[in-house]
Design a protein around this ligand. Sequence first.
Ligand code: SF4
Length: 251
Amino acid sequence: MDRVAATAPTRAVACGTLVKRGAVSRNSKHRAPPREPRILAPRAYAWAVSAFENPALAAFVARLGGERVVAQVRVRREATGFEVRHADDRDTPAEALERVSAWNARDLAQAAVGGDFRPLKSAPTLRRGWRILVRDAGELGVALDRLYPGAVADWFASTAADVPVTNWTEFTARQSGMYRITTLLGGPSLAALVAETCAPARCLKRRLWCAPSAPADGDAGKSLIPCLEPCALMLEAARARVRVEQDSARG
Ligand code: SF4
């Protein structure tokens, strides 16, 4: 299984920097521009991203150095622009790799080898055999956002003095409808679910959100992409687990 050692920031993050209900977004001021523009052609969109002067993207490029690994991809600075390829294809001759446009990087992220849909883009199942050449930071931002949606923005948010991370109690208290019961999950049950769902073999995001029984991840086996809030898969897994526990309690 492809796995890339983490290069995430190693400073401690206080668990439970609560996000207030009704806040616009947990890191809205660092968010990348819309991911699915309908009226801009790819080149125009990349230009717009550059023109927007996205501070997260600017910080990422400033700290890139010669190259940097983001989860399973390696970003390398070229004489003009950047190259993105699977980190495990580091030593593969360029001519042996399929050229993919930044705009089409989403196709790579959508399906694993064999065609299975990848519901979690941070799963360590990104397929190999391709390379993306981009001319500038704007196009690089497009490529990375299509491979790992929101990753650069979340990484940038995680470098702030006050990391906008939530915790399980606060997060589940905001749920409604069928997910309201996730407030009932805690203690060893939650710890077991986190260990299963968020393990490096399942997800390369470094989990910064936490619970009393599930402290935040270290960087072992994880990437520089932080997880600031439980994802939809985690939420659904929690709902299902509560249901199972309720059913077994009823006999
Ligand atoms: S909650 Fe975060 S770390 Fe866990 S599986 Fe979802 S994205 Fe990955």
